[in-house]
Design a protein around this ligand. Structure first.
Ligand SMILES: C[S@@+](CC[C@H](N)C(=O)[O-])C[C@H]1O[C@@H](n2cnc3c(N)ncnc32)[C@H](O)[C@@H]1O
Length: 220
């Protein structure tokens, strides 16, 4: 296994500034140590394995980790959570580290990515409540209180894959960009037929970083 202890982003001033935000968000605790370790794994093994491009290293904190962690504020206490199409663990791992009350499945279809996730969850010491599941969303036969996604698919496909995974009263929380309102408008009929109430929520973690735009779809 490669040495992930090398901090390949430490020379970047932006990374140093965001570390301060991270310590405010994650606190002076095991969670802070774990999230720094996760960032180092992404910056080293994540790049070596081709899960992220090298140009992402300077923006791991803001564009990837904090952007993902912000969605945690919409997750109810002690929820059962799935992160569908987790890739390198985003948003599932930053959310799981921030919220030790949650049980999280990282669902990913590609073997190489689930292998990376299994090593990562093991390294972070969170295997007791974070499980790696190799599956396509549409093949899963499980129910969750909350289904998370980021950069997975357009809203219509996402609803077809994720709606069947919701328990009664559950929610899909999809991290989206500026297209969020338009996607809801474009797929209003499908959302109605699927029994989902849709809204866009701006999740702000800290004044120094832009809010994360989340499409929240609540089962009626
Ligand atoms: C663009 S990547 C995003 C990864 C991560 N969520 C992120 O934000 O960095 C999409 C991921 O979803 C996975 N994926 C695509 N379709 C899927 C499906 N139907 N079920 C499970 N995983 C899927 C892909 O293998 C890929 O790892």
């Amino acid at each position: 296994m490669p040495d992930d202890s090398v901090d390949s982003g430490s020379a970047d001033p932006c990374s140093v500034a965001h570390r301060a935000v991270v310590s405010r968000v994650y606190g002076d605790s095991d969670a802070f140590e774990q999230i720094c370790r996760y960032r180092d794994i992404l910056a080293n093994r994540g790049i070596e394995w081709g899960l992220l491009g090298p140009r992402e290293v300077p923006r791991l904190w803001d564009r990837h980790i904090l952007n993902s962690a912000a969605v945690a504020q919409l997750v109810p206490d002690h929820a059962g959570v799935a992160d569908i199409g987790s890739g390198a663990g985003l948003p599932g791992i930053p959310v799981a580290i921030l919220r030790p009350d949650l049980v999280v499945d990282l669902v990913e279809s590609l073997l190489r990515r689930t292998t990376f996730l299994t090593h990562t969850v093991d390294d972070l010491g969170i295997t007791s409540r974070v499980q790696v599941v190799r599956a396509r969303a549409e093949e899963l036969d499980r129910r969750y209180d909350v289904v998370l996604s980021r950069a997975l698919a357009p809203l219509d496909r996402l609803v077809r894959w994720c709606r069947p995974l919701l328990s009664d009263g559950g929610s899909i929380l999809a991290i989206k960009g500026s297209s969020a309102e338009q996607e809801i408008a474009d797929h209003a009929k499908l959302l109605r037929q699927a029994g989902l109430n849709a809204e866009v929520v701006a999740c702000r973690l800290d004044d120094e970083i832009p809010p994360t735009t989340v499409v929240r779809l609540r089962a009626r």
